[in-house]
Design a protein around this ligand. Structure first.
Ligand code: ADE
Length: 345
Protein backbone atom coordinates (compact mmCIF):
# COMPACT_ATOMS: atom_id res chain seq x y z
CA UNK A 1 0.00 0.00 0.00
CA UNK A 2 1.24 3.51 -0.67
CA UNK A 3 1.41 6.11 2.10
CA UNK A 4 -1.46 7.92 0.35
CA UNK A 5 -3.80 4.91 0.47
CA UNK A 6 -2.84 4.04 4.08
CA UNK A 7 -3.81 7.56 5.20
CA UNK A 8 -6.96 7.57 3.10
CA UNK A 9 -8.20 4.23 4.46
CA UNK A 10 -7.41 5.20 8.07
CA UNK A 11 -9.36 8.43 7.64
CA UNK A 12 -12.30 6.56 6.07
CA UNK A 13 -12.42 4.07 8.96
CA UNK A 14 -13.20 7.01 11.28
CA UNK A 15 -15.06 9.38 8.96
CA UNK A 16 -17.08 7.40 6.41
CA UNK A 17 -20.46 9.03 5.90
CA UNK A 18 -23.44 6.91 6.89
CA UNK A 19 -25.33 6.50 3.63
CA UNK A 20 -28.29 4.22 2.98
CA UNK A 21 -26.56 2.24 0.19
CA UNK A 22 -23.50 1.52 2.32
CA UNK A 23 -23.33 -1.84 4.01
CA UNK A 24 -26.04 -3.05 1.60
CA UNK A 25 -25.15 -6.56 0.52
CA UNK A 26 -27.43 -6.30 -2.53
CA UNK A 27 -25.49 -5.32 -5.69
CA UNK A 28 -28.74 -4.00 -7.18
CA UNK A 29 -28.89 -1.33 -4.44
CA UNK A 30 -25.29 -0.32 -5.14
CA UNK A 31 -26.06 -0.12 -8.84
CA UNK A 32 -29.15 2.06 -8.32
CA UNK A 33 -27.19 4.37 -6.00
CA UNK A 34 -24.34 4.80 -8.48
CA UNK A 35 -26.69 5.68 -11.32
CA UNK A 36 -28.58 8.19 -9.15
CA UNK A 37 -25.31 9.71 -7.92
CA UNK A 38 -24.07 10.44 -11.44
CA UNK A 39 -24.09 14.25 -11.56
CA UNK A 40 -26.38 14.46 -8.53
CA UNK A 41 -25.55 15.32 -4.95
CA UNK A 42 -25.71 12.74 -2.16
CA UNK A 43 -28.29 14.74 -0.14
CA UNK A 44 -30.61 14.94 -3.16
CA UNK A 45 -30.23 11.24 -3.91
CA UNK A 46 -30.94 9.80 -0.43
CA UNK A 47 -34.77 10.17 -0.38
CA UNK A 48 -35.04 9.07 -4.02
CA UNK A 49 -32.91 5.99 -3.32
CA UNK A 50 -35.02 4.98 -0.33
CA UNK A 51 -38.30 5.44 -2.19
CA UNK A 52 -36.95 3.59 -5.23
CA UNK A 53 -36.04 0.47 -3.25
CA UNK A 54 -39.54 0.40 -1.77
CA UNK A 55 -41.15 0.75 -5.21
CA UNK A 56 -38.74 -1.53 -7.09
CA UNK A 57 -37.03 -3.72 -4.45
CA UNK A 58 -35.37 -6.13 -6.91
CA UNK A 59 -33.98 -6.19 -10.44
CA UNK A 60 -37.01 -8.27 -11.35
CA UNK A 61 -39.44 -5.70 -10.00
CA UNK A 62 -37.71 -2.97 -11.99
CA UNK A 63 -37.67 -5.04 -15.17
CA UNK A 64 -41.43 -5.59 -14.83
CA UNK A 65 -42.30 -1.99 -13.98
CA UNK A 66 -43.85 0.37 -16.54
CA UNK A 67 -41.63 3.07 -17.96
CA UNK A 68 -44.13 5.69 -16.77
CA UNK A 69 -43.89 4.48 -13.16
CA UNK A 70 -40.12 4.42 -13.39
CA UNK A 71 -40.04 7.98 -14.73
CA UNK A 72 -42.44 9.14 -12.02
CA UNK A 73 -40.13 7.69 -9.34
CA UNK A 74 -37.22 9.54 -10.97
CA UNK A 75 -39.10 12.83 -11.35
CA UNK A 76 -37.01 15.74 -10.06
CA UNK A 77 -33.62 13.99 -10.33
CA UNK A 78 -33.11 15.11 -13.93
CA UNK A 79 -31.14 13.38 -16.71
CA UNK A 80 -34.06 11.04 -17.31
CA UNK A 81 -32.14 8.80 -19.71
CA UNK A 82 -30.54 7.41 -16.55
CA UNK A 83 -33.92 6.07 -15.43
CA UNK A 84 -34.83 4.71 -18.86
CA UNK A 85 -31.43 3.01 -19.17
CA UNK A 86 -31.68 1.57 -15.68
CA UNK A 87 -34.98 -0.03 -16.56
CA UNK A 88 -33.70 -1.35 -19.91
CA UNK A 89 -30.62 -2.74 -18.19
CA UNK A 90 -32.79 -4.47 -15.56
CA UNK A 91 -34.65 -6.24 -18.39
CA UNK A 92 -31.31 -7.40 -19.83
CA UNK A 93 -30.04 -8.58 -16.43
CA UNK A 94 -33.21 -10.66 -16.00
CA UNK A 95 -33.23 -12.05 -19.56
CA UNK A 96 -29.51 -12.65 -20.05
CA UNK A 97 -27.92 -12.92 -16.59
CA UNK A 98 -30.53 -14.86 -14.63
CA UNK A 99 -31.53 -11.76 -12.66
CA UNK A 100 -28.03 -11.29 -11.19
CA UNK A 101 -25.91 -8.27 -11.95
CA UNK A 102 -22.69 -9.36 -13.72
CA UNK A 103 -19.53 -8.99 -11.62
CA UNK A 104 -16.86 -7.81 -14.07
CA UNK A 105 -16.37 -4.27 -15.33
CA UNK A 106 -16.35 -5.64 -18.87
CA UNK A 107 -19.80 -7.23 -18.58
CA UNK A 108 -21.18 -4.33 -16.52
CA UNK A 109 -20.07 -1.79 -19.14
CA UNK A 110 -22.19 -3.54 -21.75
CA UNK A 111 -25.36 -2.60 -19.88
CA UNK A 112 -27.15 0.64 -20.87
CA UNK A 113 -26.16 3.56 -18.66
CA UNK A 114 -23.03 1.95 -17.21
CA UNK A 115 -19.79 3.60 -18.35
CA UNK A 116 -16.23 3.16 -17.19
CA UNK A 117 -16.69 5.03 -13.91
CA UNK A 118 -19.91 3.29 -12.89
CA UNK A 119 -18.72 -0.20 -13.88
CA UNK A 120 -15.63 0.19 -11.70
CA UNK A 121 -17.60 1.72 -8.83
CA UNK A 122 -20.11 -1.18 -8.81
CA UNK A 123 -17.45 -3.90 -9.25
CA UNK A 124 -15.34 -2.53 -6.40
CA UNK A 125 -18.14 -1.60 -3.97
CA UNK A 126 -20.58 -4.46 -4.58
CA UNK A 127 -18.17 -7.28 -5.51
CA UNK A 128 -14.85 -6.28 -3.93
CA UNK A 129 -13.05 -6.24 -7.29
CA UNK A 130 -9.69 -4.43 -7.43
CA UNK A 131 -10.91 -1.72 -9.78
CA UNK A 132 -9.84 1.91 -9.70
CA UNK A 133 -12.35 4.56 -10.70
CA UNK A 134 -12.53 8.28 -11.32
CA UNK A 135 -15.46 10.63 -10.73
CA UNK A 136 -15.52 14.38 -10.14
CA UNK A 137 -14.51 14.03 -6.48
CA UNK A 138 -11.62 11.65 -7.13
CA UNK A 139 -10.46 13.83 -9.97
CA UNK A 140 -10.26 16.90 -7.73
CA UNK A 141 -8.52 15.10 -4.85
CA UNK A 142 -5.93 13.41 -7.09
CA UNK A 143 -5.30 16.53 -9.19
CA UNK A 144 -4.52 18.43 -5.96
CA UNK A 145 -2.52 15.86 -4.01
CA UNK A 146 -0.34 15.07 -7.04
CA UNK A 147 -0.56 18.57 -8.53
CA UNK A 148 -1.69 17.48 -11.99
CA UNK A 149 -1.28 20.45 -14.32
CA UNK A 150 -2.75 18.84 -17.43
CA UNK A 151 -6.46 19.80 -17.86
CA UNK A 152 -8.45 17.12 -16.01
CA UNK A 153 -11.15 17.14 -18.71
CA UNK A 154 -8.66 16.53 -21.53
CA UNK A 155 -7.79 13.02 -22.76
CA UNK A 156 -4.20 13.35 -21.49
CA UNK A 157 -5.25 14.70 -18.11
CA UNK A 158 -7.87 11.96 -17.82
CA UNK A 159 -5.24 9.31 -18.52
CA UNK A 160 -2.89 10.71 -15.88
CA UNK A 161 -5.68 10.81 -13.28
CA UNK A 162 -6.98 7.29 -14.03
CA UNK A 163 -3.39 6.05 -13.70
CA UNK A 164 -2.91 7.83 -10.35
CA UNK A 165 -6.18 6.36 -9.08
CA UNK A 166 -4.98 2.85 -10.09
CA UNK A 167 -1.37 3.31 -8.84
CA UNK A 168 -2.58 3.89 -5.28
CA UNK A 169 -5.36 1.29 -5.22
CA UNK A 170 -4.91 -0.91 -2.13
CA UNK A 171 -5.40 -4.53 -3.16
CA UNK A 172 -8.52 -6.03 -1.59
CA UNK A 173 -9.76 -2.63 -0.36
CA UNK A 174 -10.82 -0.94 -3.59
CA UNK A 175 -14.44 -0.34 -2.52
CA UNK A 176 -13.39 1.50 0.62
CA UNK A 177 -10.59 3.37 -1.13
CA UNK A 178 -12.88 4.61 -3.91
CA UNK A 179 -15.60 5.66 -1.49
CA UNK A 180 -13.05 7.25 0.86
CA UNK A 181 -11.89 9.51 -1.96
CA UNK A 182 -15.50 10.33 -2.85
CA UNK A 183 -16.17 11.31 0.77
CA UNK A 184 -12.94 13.28 1.08
CA UNK A 185 -13.82 15.21 -2.09
CA UNK A 186 -17.38 15.83 -0.91
CA UNK A 187 -16.59 16.92 2.65
CA UNK A 188 -13.01 18.28 2.85
CA UNK A 189 -11.32 18.67 -0.53
CA UNK A 190 -14.18 20.97 -1.60
CA UNK A 191 -14.16 22.69 -5.00
CA UNK A 192 -14.23 26.27 -3.66
CA UNK A 193 -13.05 26.22 -0.04
CA UNK A 194 -10.92 23.14 0.61
CA UNK A 195 -10.58 22.44 4.35
CA UNK A 196 -6.87 21.63 4.12
CA UNK A 197 -6.33 21.83 7.89
CA UNK A 198 -8.67 18.83 8.33
CA UNK A 199 -7.29 16.78 5.46
CA UNK A 200 -5.69 13.41 6.22
CA UNK A 201 -3.30 13.74 3.24
CA UNK A 202 -2.39 17.38 3.77
CA UNK A 203 1.23 16.37 4.46
CA UNK A 204 1.42 14.77 0.98
CA UNK A 205 -0.52 17.39 -0.96
CA UNK A 206 1.67 19.04 -3.59
CA UNK A 207 -0.93 21.61 -4.65
CA UNK A 208 -1.38 22.76 -1.06
CA UNK A 209 2.41 22.92 -0.50
CA UNK A 210 2.66 25.08 -3.61
CA UNK A 211 -0.39 27.13 -2.68
CA UNK A 212 -2.21 26.27 -5.93
CA UNK A 213 -5.04 24.10 -4.54
CA UNK A 214 -7.63 26.65 -5.71
CA UNK A 215 -6.34 26.28 -9.27
CA UNK A 216 -6.63 22.47 -9.30
CA UNK A 217 -8.03 20.65 -11.11
CA UNK A 218 -7.09 22.63 -14.19
CA UNK A 219 -10.11 22.62 -16.52
CA UNK A 220 -10.54 23.67 -20.13
CA UNK A 221 -12.30 27.04 -20.47
CA UNK A 222 -16.08 26.62 -20.41
CA UNK A 223 -18.13 27.67 -23.41
CA UNK A 224 -20.96 30.10 -22.64
CA UNK A 225 -24.38 28.54 -22.06
CA UNK A 226 -26.98 29.94 -24.49
CA UNK A 227 -30.48 31.03 -23.46
CA UNK A 228 -33.51 29.69 -25.29
CA UNK A 229 -36.93 31.30 -25.10
CA UNK A 230 -39.97 29.05 -25.26
CA UNK A 231 -43.68 29.68 -25.08
CA UNK A 232 -46.12 27.08 -23.75
CA UNK A 233 -49.89 26.77 -24.16
CA UNK A 234 -52.23 25.88 -21.33
CA UNK A 235 -55.48 24.82 -23.00
CA UNK A 236 -58.22 23.94 -20.50
CA UNK A 237 -61.69 22.49 -20.95
CA UNK A 238 -64.09 20.90 -18.44
CA UNK A 239 -61.45 20.32 -15.79
CA UNK A 240 -58.98 18.92 -18.30
CA UNK A 241 -55.89 20.27 -19.98
CA UNK A 242 -53.97 19.33 -23.13
CA UNK A 243 -50.65 17.53 -22.63
CA UNK A 244 -48.21 16.00 -25.05
CA UNK A 245 -45.82 13.08 -24.42
CA UNK A 246 -42.24 13.55 -25.54
CA UNK A 247 -40.45 10.93 -27.63
CA UNK A 248 -38.75 8.25 -25.59
CA UNK A 249 -35.32 9.50 -26.58
CA UNK A 250 -33.27 12.55 -25.72
CA UNK A 251 -33.83 15.36 -23.25
CA UNK A 252 -36.80 14.65 -20.94
CA UNK A 253 -37.63 11.58 -23.05
CA UNK A 254 -40.93 9.89 -22.20
CA UNK A 255 -42.11 12.77 -20.00
CA UNK A 256 -45.32 14.76 -20.41
CA UNK A 257 -45.34 18.46 -21.20
CA UNK A 258 -47.60 21.34 -22.10
CA UNK A 259 -47.47 22.05 -25.84
CA UNK A 260 -44.56 24.46 -26.29
CA UNK A 261 -42.23 25.81 -28.92
CA UNK A 262 -39.10 27.87 -29.17
CA UNK A 263 -39.73 31.52 -30.08
CA UNK A 264 -37.39 34.25 -31.25
CA UNK A 265 -37.90 36.79 -28.49
CA UNK A 266 -40.02 37.74 -25.52
CA UNK A 267 -42.78 39.38 -27.55
CA UNK A 268 -44.56 36.03 -28.08
CA UNK A 269 -45.35 37.02 -31.65
CA UNK A 270 -45.64 34.06 -34.03
CA UNK A 271 -46.57 31.79 -31.12
CA UNK A 272 -49.98 30.64 -32.37
CA UNK A 273 -48.62 29.96 -35.84
CA UNK A 274 -45.73 27.89 -34.49
CA UNK A 275 -48.01 25.85 -32.21
CA UNK A 276 -50.22 25.13 -35.23
CA UNK A 277 -47.21 24.03 -37.23
CA UNK A 278 -45.75 21.75 -34.54
CA UNK A 279 -48.92 20.28 -33.03
CA UNK A 280 -51.58 20.89 -35.67
CA UNK A 281 -53.40 22.69 -32.87
CA UNK A 282 -55.07 26.01 -33.62
CA UNK A 283 -55.13 28.28 -30.58
CA UNK A 284 -55.95 31.83 -29.62
CA UNK A 285 -53.43 33.19 -27.20
CA UNK A 286 -54.88 34.54 -23.95
CA UNK A 287 -53.37 35.90 -20.76
CA UNK A 288 -49.91 35.17 -19.42
CA UNK A 289 -49.96 32.59 -16.62
CA UNK A 290 -46.32 33.08 -15.77
CA UNK A 291 -42.67 33.02 -16.77
CA UNK A 292 -40.53 30.07 -15.73
CA UNK A 293 -36.74 29.94 -15.67
CA UNK A 294 -34.73 26.74 -15.61
CA UNK A 295 -31.04 25.91 -16.09
CA UNK A 296 -30.35 22.75 -18.08
CA UNK A 297 -26.75 21.61 -18.60
CA UNK A 298 -26.32 22.99 -22.09
CA UNK A 299 -28.74 25.90 -22.14
CA UNK A 300 -30.86 28.13 -19.98
CA UNK A 301 -34.58 28.15 -20.61
CA UNK A 302 -37.05 30.99 -20.20
CA UNK A 303 -40.58 29.79 -20.83
CA UNK A 304 -43.59 32.08 -21.14
CA UNK A 305 -46.79 30.25 -20.31
CA UNK A 306 -50.04 31.44 -21.87
CA UNK A 307 -53.60 30.43 -21.26
CA UNK A 308 -54.98 29.59 -24.69
CA UNK A 309 -58.30 28.78 -26.23
CA UNK A 310 -58.42 25.80 -28.60
CA UNK A 311 -60.04 26.76 -31.89
CA UNK A 312 -59.39 23.50 -33.70
CA UNK A 313 -57.86 20.17 -32.68
CA UNK A 314 -56.05 17.91 -35.13
CA UNK A 315 -57.63 14.48 -35.80
CA UNK A 316 -54.41 12.52 -35.39
CA UNK A 317 -52.30 13.91 -32.58
CA UNK A 318 -50.04 13.12 -29.66
CA UNK A 319 -51.99 15.64 -27.57
CA UNK A 320 -54.17 14.18 -24.80
CA UNK A 321 -56.84 15.74 -22.59
CA UNK A 322 -55.75 15.00 -19.03
CA UNK A 323 -57.75 15.67 -15.88
CA UNK A 324 -56.14 18.55 -13.99
CA UNK A 325 -56.77 16.61 -10.77
CA UNK A 326 -54.69 13.69 -12.19
CA UNK A 327 -51.63 15.66 -13.29
CA UNK A 328 -49.55 14.38 -10.36
CA UNK A 329 -49.71 10.90 -11.92
CA UNK A 330 -47.95 11.85 -15.14
CA UNK A 331 -44.14 12.18 -15.03
CA UNK A 332 -42.97 15.70 -15.98
CA UNK A 333 -39.79 17.74 -15.91
CA UNK A 334 -39.40 20.63 -13.46
CA UNK A 335 -40.72 23.35 -15.78
CA UNK A 336 -43.93 21.53 -16.64
CA UNK A 337 -44.43 20.39 -13.05
CA UNK A 338 -44.39 24.07 -12.01
CA UNK A 339 -47.11 24.84 -14.53
CA UNK A 340 -49.14 21.80 -13.40
CA UNK A 341 -48.87 22.96 -9.77
CA UNK A 342 -50.10 26.44 -10.66
CA UNK A 343 -53.17 24.89 -12.32
CA UNK A 344 -54.10 22.49 -9.57
CA UNK A 345 -53.23 25.24 -7.20
N1 ADE B 1 -20.74 9.40 -5.30
C1 ADE B 1 -20.85 8.42 -6.21
N2 ADE B 1 -20.84 7.21 -5.62
C2 ADE B 1 -20.74 7.42 -4.30
C3 ADE B 1 -20.69 6.57 -3.18
N3 ADE B 1 -20.75 5.24 -3.31
N4 ADE B 1 -20.56 7.14 -1.97
C4 ADE B 1 -20.50 8.48 -1.87
N5 ADE B 1 -20.55 9.32 -2.88
C5 ADE B 1 -20.67 8.81 -4.09
Amino acid sequence: MTRFSVLILAWYAENARTLPWRGHSDPYAVWVSEIMLQQTRVETVIPYFERWLKLFPTVNALAEASEQNVLSAWEGLGYYSRARNLKRAARIVVDQHGGKLPRTTEALSKLPGIGRYTAAAIASIAFGADEATLDGNLRRVLARVFDVQEPADSPRGGKILWALSADHLPVGRAGDYNQALMDLGATICLPKKPQCALCPVHSLCLASARGVQAQRPVLKPKTAVPTRIHAAAVVRKNGRVLLSKRDNKGLLGGLWEFPNIQIENRSGRGFARAIKKTYGLKVRKGTLLGEIHHAYTHFRLIEFVYFCEALELPKVTRLRWMRISDLANYPMGKVDRQIARKLSG
